[in-house]
Design a binder for this molecule. Sequence first.
Ligand code: PLP
Length: 427
Amino acid sequence: MHTPAPAWAADGARHVWLPYAQMKTAAPPLPVVRTHGSRIELADGRSLVDGVASWWTACHGYNHPAIAQAVRGQLDAMPHVMFGGLTHEPAARLAQRLCALLGPGFERVFYTDSGSVAVEVAMKMAVQFWLNQGERQRSRFLAFRGGYHGDTFGTMAVCDPEDGMHSLFRGLLTQHVMAPLPRDEASQAELDALLRQHAHELAGILVEPLVQGAGGMLMHPPEVLARLRALADRHGLLLIYDEIFTGFGRTGTMFAFEQADARPDIVTLSKALTGGTLPLAATVASRRVFDGFWSDDPGHALMHGPTFMGNALACAAANASLDLFENEPRLEQVATLSRALEAGLAPCRELPWVRDVRVLGAIAAVELAAPFDRDALRARLVEAGVWVRPFGNIVYLTPAFTIGRDDLDFLIAAVAGVVRTMRPPAA
Ligand SMILES: *Cc1c(COP(=O)(O)O)cnc(C)c1O
């Protein structure tokens, strides 16, 4: 027996506009009253095991006491102060730590408050890097089919133009050069040809390293990144890694690019940066890129500055999250999680209506052969006691790295069970 939705949910539902939802037909959102660990507690008393970690952010599980304590302490001292002309310890310390974690060459952190804006800043940085050298024609990017980099106008233009979420706006967006990832000889040849034709007008190459997330949990081997690095060098382009999804352990290493012998010039970070507690993003530049702005000419300054950049609460949360990566065995947990996801979902491969099952780090995707009734599937997963949010023809799991064995087994069994009963109706 479920109790009816609380009054605030029904009253508010008339005024809230939901993401990516046809408001007329979408199922109403589930009212949540509490989170803890890998659990989402609903207003009607049900407790769901979370398989999504709130869009891949809550890597330490919900309500980690160490992050809560850091944020509480910062709230008393100073929740926020403008970052123009002022600075504070949480932001300064975080910048230093992020550069140290990213490794040699990484020098400067530019803070923003969402992933899309971090990518916008990376693109602006790359374009202005060339403008500052008098190269006015380098205003476009090479980006990849299957990619996703955000929802703003600048970033929609570098998402997959056809299968992405933004095909509706195609005519209104800057035309960038969309290429296949160089996985084999044919795609390598196509990419080479595109670069020969367009390199002179490109500012850089933008890619999600190892996994294209929102574009379909599409994975590629590290050699692809080495090829992109070589091409960027050959054509004198900046290489930008969008690690907003992959950063902070999700693929098994702190950053996905550590698995490849190919370092970028600019990296974007967000999602798990604060352990899923507060909005924060960062665009981190290498010394080469930063040097392109270092000048006596005020016109060469990076022309960007979000109101809430470097928010002290968010930076305190991020520092506490990095402490947890240092003090708790997160990457070992990811490795264990990865093996459990692989073993638990492997039987789905035998189903004729499953096209592929792929696992990398703490990411598992079951790709179905045909698109499905998403609302019905989502409802069945909730009935099974789990929070999983399939899209396209992908059912994926990206749990918290700290999920307990019981919850993990329950989650995998629920997803495998629901996928098993998804046989499409006979034609
Ligand atoms: C989520 C995501 C973004 C956009 O981040 P928002 O915070 O939603 O604006 C950009 N790039 C990648 C790879 C992402 O996964």
